[in-house]
Design a protein. Structure first.
Length: 797
């Protein structure tokens, strides 16, 4: 406010404007004469006064005559002013808003995104001034606002009120600033601002901000962002809404238009149990950005020694393309090993934490002992027998209830009867239990089969049939073993073909909770394979899942109660697992491809079911998680199953698991005993951040290496799918709205480009009368008196 304006407010007794406010003056009058009459009168008055003084004051100097003319005309015009009933209309105004939006989505946490040397240097200078160590777009954006005690924001306050928003999944107001003191108060809050949300909705966020200020559109919006939208309307699409409101957007790009250079190893898959002198295949995914065409080394190492076990040279594909690859290694000795798949570090790589993944493998000498039992030589039995006889990792025995007595003598795998001796039964790791007639099994044997799963952690897979399994097991110990309810099940003696058949739908638990349904090395190829597998013509449909069981595959149509019908189901029973197949037609998958999919599926199922028993022989306990990879923030459920009761403490919270993040801190998780299963303890690891983790049982202690498990936590794919700044999007947004796009090197140019904006009317004060104001009358009298005194000195009166 100018000194003249302050003086006038003091003279007219106008209250001073508050913080963020101003005063607008408007002159008003109500002269009784028409404008043309007033103009003629003024011209005539000027002419007459000049003529009179030229005639009467011939003896006076020119400047004295001019002064007399001016005083006479001043008095005349002041008289006209008083006749006009002049008054001053005083409006109280507010400063217009300027808005600062800081993108704090997950993509703004990309480490060291600047490839350009000038941008990197400028970013480092800003970060050093703000005491930030990590180079991320979000930290750079905060450093701009924090620099020189908020000078960027305080300069905006000279002409505007200020609103500050953060934007990730939605726009949230951080603060409203009117005075420099307000900026000082908000700076600590800005300093602690962290990345949020699993998605970025820049377009929707912009609309939200404009709607928030719909009564008083801002002069301009300063948008600090990388321009990446992962969900919903793009920023440039919402810019048309800003243009209609007359709000220019000045985009300040945070990040680099060049792709962030990075190599990443993901989705490492390997069997948990392997055998000495039997090749282990590590399937993995390699993705690269910024290194297209380069050749790198991928190495399999022993984590305990760091020794390289095998290495391959890989030529990298184009950016954003993933490569499905594999490493093969033959272990020469028995033991519990932690294997590392890593890719070499390259210059200027942004994130080196994702260059490696660790997987644990238990290497054994013994093979998996499998018992395949059925009443009749169904197709499922025949093809399974042939497959498992050839499988090097399986030692197979078979039981066929309706076989001739000579069958056991002619077939090297055949047994005369189902094992009735507890020691013989418990010697198997996995039992494939077909359409068995329980009339040939004593109740004692059935109870031992239950103990095989419950206390010995054996694996059991039950294959439905048309005669006995599962309806014939109602009211027997085997009913408890089933993961499905059979109370309402109806026997199908002569199943008929169901149209063209059906293909089971793999559930989320089937896809993510286990790897047994991976029929190829690629998840995308898997989906294609499952869509094209030969259909099943029969399945047992009148069943429902038991509480606590999970469906790995379901019928594409629901039952009469609108419930999903499980085709493949699983539940844990004590220390072991039980899988139920509601169909006996997986052999149809062999059509035209042999054992390609049929064989892979069954070998994976057998290894899945055998794991608990094989590991339990040495460890006495098993530590598991429900899957190997999690999204950030997803709780991780730990489960410990004790296979040796002597290890269990009487305390309710007797098991402690230590979770070690690679390159990060350790955390401790307490597991509680399940009331319905005394040998099983569960606990949850909450709010995990991105990284690779190794977890092991710290209490109770074990003679050998404690049971452990590895898993990985990643950012949601939507956020980190694109990590280079979207310059075309930011430029288009600014162009549409009449703003401008600026790089990190042009931060000061942003402030210079912001328009002043129009004051916002708030209220109108009572009008101040000027025609009868005492100063007006005093000036009129002063002019008349002054003229009379001068005329007297010049002897004109």
């Amino acid at each position: 406010m100018s000194p003249l304006q302050k003086t006038m407010e003091w003279l007219l007794d106008i209250p001073p404007a508050g913080a963020g406010q101003g005063t607008s003056w408007r002159y008003r009058s109500d002269f009784p004469w028409p404008d043309w009459v007033l103009l003629l009168f003024a011209v005539a008055a000027v002419a007459v006064v000049i003529l009179v003084y030229r005639r009467d004051a011939t003896g006076a100097s020119r400047w004295m005559r001019g002064l007399l003319v001016a005083m006479r005309l001043g008095a005349i015009f002041l008289l006209l002013f008083m006749l006009s009933s002049a008054f001053l209309s005083v409006d109280r105004t507010g400063l217009p808003y300027a808005v600062v939006i800081l993108d704090n989505s997950g993509s703004m946490t990309a480490a060291d995104p600047y490839q350009d040397d000038d941008l990197r240097s400028t970013a480092r200078t800003l970060l050093d001034a703000a005491n930030y160590e990590e180079v991320t777009p979000l930290n750079v954006g905060k450093a701009i606002l924090l620099r020189d005690e908020g000078d960027f924001l305080k300069r905006l306050l000279r002409r505007h009120k200020l609103r500050i928003y953060k934007l990730a999944g939605a726009a949230t107001k951080v603060a409203e600033c009117i005075t420099p003191e307000d900026v000082d108060e908000v700076l600590p809050q800005l300093r602690e601002l962290e990345a949020e949300g699993d998605r970025t909705q820049l377009g929707q966020g912009l609309r939200s901000v404009l709607n928030d200020l719909r009564g008083a559109p801002p002069t301009a919006i300063i948008f600090l962002s990388d321009g990446i939208t992962t969900e919903g309307e793009k920023l440039s699409a919402a810019a048309t809404f800003a243009r209609r409101k007359g709000v220019p957007i000045f985009a300040l790009g945070l990040g680099d238009a060049q792709p962030v250079r990075d190599l990443e190893i993901t989705d490492v898959q390997v069997d948990d149990v392997a055998f000495v002198n039997d090749p282990i295949t590590f399937l993995y995914t390699l993705s690269a950005r910024g290194y297209a065409g380069k050749t790198v080394s991928v190495t399999l190492r022993d984590e305990s020694t760091g020794d390289a076990l095998t290495t391959e040279r890989i030529t990298l594909d184009a950016d954003e393309r993933t490569q499905k690859l594999e490493l093969t290694y033959t272990p020469p000795e028995v033991g519990e090993f932690q294997y590392v798949v890593d890719v070499q570090l390259l210059p200027k790589e942004a994130n080196t934490e994702n260059n490696r993944q660790v997987r644990g493998v238990s290497v054994r000498k013994e093979k998996i002992r499998v018992l395949l039992a059925d009443s009749l030589p169904r197709y499922e039995f025949r093809f399974l027998k042939t497959l498992l006889e050839r499988e090097k990792t399986v030692e197979l025995k078979t039981v066929l209830q309706d076989a001739d007595a000579e069958y056991a003598e002619e077939d090297r795998t055949a047994l005369q009867n189902f094992p009735v001796n507890e020691e013989d039964l418990f010697s198997y790791d996995v039992i494939l239990f077909g359409d068995m007639d329980l009339a040939f099994l004593t109740e004692r044997t059935q109870q031992e089969l239950q103990e095989f799963v419950n206390t010995k952690s054996g694996g059991l897979l039950m294959i439905a049939g048309t005669q006995h399994n599962p309806v014939g097991y109602r009211g027997t110990p085997l009913e408890d073993l089933l993961p499905v309810q059979i109370s309402d099940a109806v026997r199908k003696d002569n199943p008929s073909l169901i149209g063209d058949g059906f293909r089971p739908e793999i559930t989320l638990d089937g896809r993510k909770g286990t790897s047994i349904f991976r029929l190829t090395d690629s998840e995308r190829d898997d989906e294609q394979v499952w869509r094209n597998l030969p259909p099943f013509m029969w399945a047992f449909e009148s069943i429902r899942l038991k509480r606590g069981a999970v469906a790995f595959a379901v019928h594409p149509q629901t039952n009469s109660g609108n419930e999903e019908v499980p085709v493949i189901a699983m539940h844990r029973f004590g220390g072991g697992k039980v899988i139920f197949h509601a169909t006996d037609e997986t052999w149809r998958w062999r059509y035209r491809v042999g054992d390609l999919y049929f064989g892979r599926y069954w070998v994976q199922v057998i290894r899945y079911l055998s794991r608990s028993k094989l590991l339990g022989r040495d460890r006495g306990a098993e530590l598991t998680v429900d899957r190997k990879e999690y999204m950030r923030g997803t709780p991780i459920q730990f489960r410990v199953n004790f296979l040796d009761d002597r290890l269990i403490s009487a305390s309710e919270t007797a098991v402690t698991v230590v979770v070690q993040q690679h390159g990060g801190p350790r955390r401790q998780v307490d597991l509680k005993r399940l009331p319905q299963a005394p040998t099983i303890f569960e606990g949850t690891f909450a709010n995990p951040v991105e990284g690779t983790y190794h977890a092991f049982i710290a209490s109770p202690t074990f003679e050998n290496a404690p049971p452990s498990v590895d898993f990985r936590v990643t950012s949601p794919m939507g956020e980190m799918r694109t990590v280079k700044m979207d310059v075309p999007e930011l430029t288009q947004t600014a162009k549409i709205t009449g703003g401008a796009y600026h790089t990190l090197l042009e931060t000061d140019d942003v402030l210079a480009a912001i328009p002043r904006g129009n004051p916002v009317p708030l209220e109108t004060e009572a009008p101040k009368q000027l025609w009868n104001f005492w100063l007006t009358f005093a000036l009129f009298v002063g002019l008349l008196c002054g003229e009379w005194i001068l005329r007297k000195r010049l002897r004109l009166v």
